[in-house]
Design a protein. Structure first.
Length: 381
């Protein structure tokens, strides 16, 4: 099939991007072309291309992330200037889609934006949307107010989101967990001594940096924070005052090495996070995960086998886990539990982590399931 993909307009779509959406899209495309498909991808300069298989459609000279750094966006009095910028970009994308949809068998929307599905009622081709954000976000919740076009199909990586997205008709939604290329992550039997946290530091997309630092300070276990700071003001006002000798910041380096050389991976999943590819990346190297039991994490982490799950609060309990305390106290207890494991038991946990990803969360498994859906949709379009 010839498939038009709407990729990220924030960062280039590459395997090594710092954005989860970009990494997922690049990994998916790289595996999917093995089934004979060709892709035109609307994305940015520097995105992954494969001659004769993956071609980048260049509609924009700059990405959203670069434009957000301009003084205009920090100084303007206009309400939500970045939102207006997104709307402008996607208006151009929608125009391109309308002018070119007949060249393709279907369209894959991996942008995360609600503006494409909401406007799809005027299009004829099927639209397949891998879901990158929770059902409470506009890409899904807008359909509480607008009819769902019959040629839209959603693929949820989280079974929790799949179940609660009742606004989407049952015959227009699927559940397929995310997968990663495990060949890029080296398994290490022993791990290291420090905890690890990985992600962006931005209050608009919180990844649990504050909670992780608090755990390090309370338990006196060091944490390596592989971070990219997207909001310097937030970092200076909120994160910097929490820093101590138990926190090591690394702003660049080999994240594969960070994952495999860690004792455990901290993932205090926030409400705005849908899945978290980093959980898979950590476990692929053998590093167990300590996570808040939110969204996809109870379906990804096997409590007591590949890590530990913690209920976020007394009012938000999503299961009966080994760790009974909640919130920060629960995270601290989980960390202490893993550090206290006998060597043999800890090594078995690391082995279980790798086997769990190999069995359930490879990019090959994911794309194979997608392939069946794409073929079925194309057949009945």
């Amino acid at each position: 099939m010839k498939i038009l993909t709407v990729g990220s307009i924030s960062k280039p779509t590459t395997i090594n991007s710092t954005g989860g959406v970009e990494v997922w899209t690049a990994s998916f495309l790289k595996e999917s072309i093995k089934y004979g498909h060709t892709y035109d991808v609307i994305s940015l300069d520097g995105s992954m291309e494969v001659p004769g298989k993956i071609k980048i459609i260049h509609l924009f000279d700059q990405g959203i992330d670069d434009l957000k750094k301009l003084d205009f966006f920090s100084q303007t009095q206009r309400e939500d200037p970045v939102g207006h910028l997104f709307a402008t970009y996607f208006s151009k994308i929608l125009l391109y889609l309308k002018e070119n949809e007949n060249k393709y068998d279907l369209v894959l929307n991996s942008s995360g934006s609600p503006l494409i599905p909401i406007n799809w009622g005027s299009f004829k081709k099927p639209l397949v949307t891998p879901v990158h954000f929770p059902a409470t976000e506009p890409a899904i919740s807008f359909f509480n107010f607008f009819p769902v076009p019959p040629n839209i199909y959603y693929v949820f990586p989280s079974f929790f989101e799949y179940k609660r997205s009742t606004v989407i008709p049952q015959n227009q939604k699927y559940y397929i967990p995310h997968g990663i290329d495990i060949s890029k992550f080296d398994y290490l039997e022993n791990g290291g001594q420090n905890m690890l946290w990985y992600g962006r530091i931005d209050p608009g997309l919180p990844k649990g940096a504050e909670e992780t630092i608090s755990v390090a300070n309370i338990t006196h276990n060091k944490v390596d924070m592989y971070a990219y700071i997207e909001n310097k003001q937030y970092f200076k006002s909120t994160i910097e005052p929490l820093l101590s000798s138990y926190v090591n910041f690394a702003l660049n380096g080999d994240r594969n090495a960070y994952f495999r050389n860690s004792k455990l991976f901290m993932f205090p999943l926030q409400k705005g996070e849908l899945f978290g590819l980093t959980m898979l990346e950590a476990m692929a190297t053998g590093t167990p995960v300590v996570a808040f039991a939110r969204n996809a994490s109870p379906y990804v982490v096997k409590d007591g086998e590949t890590g530990l799950l913690v209920n976020p609060s007394k009012d938000e309990k999503n299961g009966n886990w080994i760790i009974k305390k909640t919130g920060i106290e629960g995270l601290c207890e989980a960390v202490k539990h893993i550090y206290a494991l006998p060597e043999k038991q800890y090594k078995n946990m690391r082995k279980a982590c790798r086997m769990h990803v190999e069995k359930t969360f490879t990019v090959e498994t994911m794309v194979n399931k997608y392939e069946k859906i794409l073929q079925s949709i194309a057949l009945h379009k």
